[in-house]
Design a protein around this ligand. Structure first.
Ligand code: MG
Length: 502
């Protein structure tokens, strides 16, 4: 049976290598490709992904999985072979359940709807996008039926991004978050001028911003011999062949330093996860995050829990002074800490701070679940959006481009994706609370830029597991907890009541 397993593994290696080629093409597209190459690149990428898809979904793959599955499980739940088979079977079942005609129609519809979204956003005219959103929803319902679900069609879509999560659990999560955070947001809104972000405004040399990011990433433990930092229109990270090559990008804004610093730390957190998979997982389905939510927990952990902490500001101040001579002389570490944590309810999710961010997600969750089950009509969605913004954040868009049209996700057909942002935030707070217990001198370590024990802890509890476990089992094994909202809300309340004095 070992020979059959080896055959399956070799087959998967080829699929993974094609996936890596696709990732590299995508990375290049966003970092170096001349604009004139866009259309041709799209063609190359679609050929590569089609070849990978055909290879993976070939009946031979399915036959091998069926043949070796029990043999692999008999080696023990925790064995490499058992984990490999669980992951590969999950992916295979998922891909073959979707009829190729539906996949094709979905791809055509989302290409058109992405274009329509883009136009609609520019013109701030929802009516351009609405019929496309209708179509995306209709096809998403068909997708959910093909994939199957226990209770709600939404669960089937969610499962693609965050296995094990469902609408029932998320309804509770978002209700608890809204109840916990709305009073905090109100209290902050009433004291808006108490925290200033002045230190981060000004004129910051762009190359110096990148050198600062590099210093921070090196201190975090990001391995530049297996990664690199470049610039792109939006920051991203991509594990081209994890753990051997995991790259990140950031962006720079001359007049606003946090864009590059926190963009780098966020993507650095994602890339540390990818660099932390065991080498034997390379070219297997185990060299991957347990879910999008767990992946996001790693980025948020470094960006917010570490990067916006008081001891981090104390460590970082000399670095800021080194890279921007004279600019930070008059500021203290406390000034830097406060500047990194100014909170303000705003209209745009991608600019939201850690207090308000999850309510941006909550309203998207409420809208997409209702749109999918038909209890909200596409034409009524903008009004619903605006009312919810008012309710949760106390602000209201005056035009749809800064309201319902701001995000690309629905245009791309990504229904069920948004919650993973919030799941990531929740898990990051749970992990941080657990780490503090295991490492009582955590603050002192951060203050000295000694992040090695932090990374070692994440490596051991999360990174080394790759995708061997489902997210809830991973969390249970790592810290003995289920997903929960309270540690995040406690963290926010403690931190921001201190900052704003309420
Ligand atoms: Mg992220």
């Amino acid at each position: 049976m070992q020979d059959k397993f080896d055959e399956l593994r070799k087959r998967y290696e080829e699929v993974a290598a094609l996936g890596a080629a696709g990732s590299l093409l995508g990375w290049d597209q966003n970092v170096f490709m001349p604009p004139g190459g866009a259309a041709a690149r799209g063609k190359v990428q679609s050929v590569v992904s089609e070849v990978a898809h055909l290879k993976f979904t070939a009946p031979e793959t399915g036959a091998l999985i069926t043949e070796v599955y029990d043999w692999a499980q008999a080696k023990g739940q925790e064995s490499f072979e058992a984990a490999f088979l669980r992951a590969v079977k999950r992916d295979y079942d998922h891909e073959v359940k979707l009829p190729s005609a539906l996949v094709k129609e979905f791809s055509l519809a989302t290409t058109a709807s992405f274009e329509a979204w883009h136009k609609a956003k520019q013109a701030s005219d929802y009516s351009i996008f609405a019929p496309h959103l209708d179509k995306v929803l209709e096809l998403s319902r068909l997708k959910a039926e093909a994939l199957g679900y226990a209770k709600s069609p939404y669960d089937a879509l969610l499962d693609m991004y965050d296995p094990g999560l469902n609408r029932e659990k998320l309804d509770k999560v978002f209700a608890e978050l809204a109840a916990g955070l709305t009073p905090v947001i109100k209290a902050i809104n009433e004291r808006a001028d108490r925290v200033s972000n002045e230190p981060f405004k000004g004129d910051f040399d762009l190359p110096a911003q990148l050198r600062l990011s590099e210093d921070i990433l090196k201190a975090m433990g990001y391995d530049f011999s297996r990664g690199r930092l470049d610039q792109s229109a939006h920051p991203f990270s991509t594990g081209i062949v994890a753990p051997h090559d995991a790259r990140i990008t950031t962006w720079t804004q001359r007049d606003w330093l946090p864009a590059s610093v926190y963009g780098s730390m966020h993507e650095g957190g994602h890339a540390l996860y990818e660099q932390g998979f065991p080498a034997e997982f390379a070219f297997t389905p185990l060299a991957s995050g347990a879910s999008l939510g767990v992946h996001e927990s790693q980025s948020r952990f470094w960006e917010n829990l570490i990067g916006r902490s008081r001891p981090f500001a104390a460590w970082a101040l000399p670095l800021y002074r080194k890279h921007f001579p004279g600019k930070f002389d008059k500021y203290s570490a406390e000034d830097l800490y406060r500047a990194a944590n100014r909170s303000e309810a705003s209209l745009v999710r991608t600019e939201a701070d850690e207090v308000t961010y999850n309510l941006h997600v909550a309203l998207r969750y409420e809208i997409e679940t209702r749109l999918l089950d038909g209890s909200l009509k596409v034409k009524d969605a903008p009004e619903f959006w605006n009312a919810k913004m008012q309710e949760y954040l106390g602000v209201k868009p005056t035009k749809d481009s800064e309201g319902i049209l701001q995000d690309v996700h629905w245009g791309f057909g990504m229904i069920g994706y948004f919650p993973s942002y919030t799941i990531g935030n929740l898990i990051s707070a749970q992990l941080f609370a657990a780490l503090k217990k295991d490492l009582p001198d955590l603050d002192a370590r951060i203050e000295h830029g000694d992040f090695a024990p932090v990374l070692a802890w994440l490596r051991r509890t999360i990174h080394a597991k790759g995708r061997t476990l489902l997210p809830e089992d991973l969390l249970q094994e790592a810290i003995g907890e289920k997903l929960s909202v309270a540690p995040f809300v406690d963290y926010i309340k403690t931190k921001y009541s201190g900052l704003y004095g309420f």
